[in-house]
Design a protein around this ligand. Structure first.
Ligand code: GDP
Ligand code: MN
Length: 377
């Protein structure tokens, strides 16, 4: 779950990481009073979940409370990238000497956290990672020991720091690592990590992603509908289903990640394009019903392809849920299905007698028929 910048900065503040003075505002009037409180030049920062706000025009400067109010008024309610700006963060404008980069992420290859730090931060850090990776210093972290103080100092030395600055940056890294672990983050990123003209480090931006599977124990974060790309994806998550929107016209319902990917490959192989896919592994009567309901609600879907193979998740139980959904929702688009595994014969009878749906004997023939119908419509 992605956090907004202002939420990430609140975690930084709790962790003792220096952040600019400021607060979040939902109205232009609030922006005015926050800027007046700060009493100097401010930055008005659009709060959306995507990055690259600076380049997209979502970061403005204001030299008076009146100006802050005007800029906030312009931004609030506008669309930036694909998101509506509902809040702006009003912060003191920093006197920036340098823009550095600092992050902790999970390195799947190494199987543990990874520290990345660079003196070349700011808006074009991705390009630096590609063109001059030697300017990024990394440290692999053993999750059981955590970031060791010697590793933090070694990284600071590798950046060419000396004296006090080494322990200052090392201490900031250790604090940020604590935030990373305490909140079960899969990413904490400070870009830019500002070096002010007085030589102080300040986290000018905050990108934090909490690991979704840890949300059950991170109760302060609630993943509401605004955090999903799509309203159906949110609804699916409420039933423990994963729904992903794609750009074709075949709605895909499968059990298991592997079978889902294979089915998508087969669709492409036979010349079709999936409109979405919904994985309802561990299928039950109830989630089979909602799985079909969600896929059918996608207006791009011209045909639904159902492909399941279950041993523990029984074919007949899945079929009961699907039959009920078909009876109640009366889909206008054709449904093509291969439903196999335990209880397959029962499943065949249920779907044929209740809703007149004939099952295909295998996935290849089902996919070919779905592609044909999608092309014909
Ligand atoms: P992002 O584009 O979404 O990553 O947003 P950032 O918070 O990183 O801001 C983008 C850029 O705006 C930064 O790299 C800075 O150059 C600039 N910026 C942000 N805050 C300040 C500030 O307080 N003072 C100054 N001078 N520039 C800032
Ligand atoms: Mn940034």
């Amino acid at each position: 779950m992605k956090l907004y910048e202002y939420e990430g900065k609140e975690l930084f503040r709790r962790g003792g990481i220096p952040i600019p003075r400021g607060r979040v505002a939902s109205t232009a009037e609030e922006a005015y009073s926050i800027a007046a409180e700060i009493g100097k030049e401010v930055v008005v920062k659009s709060q959306i979940l995507q990055g690259g706000r600076g380049k997209a025009g979502g970061i403005k400067f204001a030299s008076s409370p009146e100006e802050a109010k005007a800029r906030a008024g312009e931004l609030l309610g506008q669309k930036l990238k694909t998101e509506e700006i509902k809040k702006v963060l009003i912060e003191e404008k920093l006197d920036i000497a340098e823009e550095w980069y600092l992050s902790f992420t999970v390195d799947p290859a190494a199987g543990g956290p990874l520290l990345m730090v660079s003196r070349s931060g700011g808006v074009d850090v991705e390009e630096i990672a590609l063109k001059s990776p030697e300017r990024i210093v990394t440290e692999k972290i053993n999750i059981f020991y955590g970031l060791m103080p010697f590793q933090a100092r070694r990284a600071a030395f590798a950046l060419g720091l000396e004296g006090n600055k080494v322990s200052e940056l090392a201490s900031l890294m250790l604090k940020l690592y604590r935030v990373f672990r305490q909140y079960d983050a899969e990413l904490v990123e400070v870009n830019p990590l500002v070096v002010t003209s007085e030589g102080e480090f300040i986290a000018a931006d905050a990108k934090v992603i909490i690991y979704d599977n840890a949300l059950y124990r991170q109760k302060e974060f609630v993943k509401g509908p605004e955090r999903f790309e799509d309203e159906r994806e949110y609804r699916a998550s409420q039933y423990g289903l994963s729904y992903v929107k794609l750009d074709g016209n075949i709605g895909v319902l499968c059990t298991g990640a592997g079978l889902t990917m294979t089915t998508l490959d087969l669709i492409t192989y036979y010349g079709g394009r999936p409109a979405n896919f919904l994985e309802f592994g561990g299928a039950t009567y109830k989630n089979s019903y909602y799985a079909l309901e969600i896929v059918l609600s996608d207006p791009d879907v011209k045909v639904v392809l159902i492909n399941t193979f279950g041993l523990v998740a029984r074919a007949d139980v899945i079929s009961e849920g699907l039959a009920q959904a078909i009876e109640e929702l009366k889909p206008k688009v054709p449904i093509v299905a291969s439903i196999r595994g335990t209880g397959e014969e029962e499943a065949r009878k249920i779907l044929e007698s209740r809703v007149g749906l004939k099952l295909f004997p295998n996935v290849e023939t089902a996919v070919q028929e779905a592609v044909r119908l999608a092309g014909a419509s």
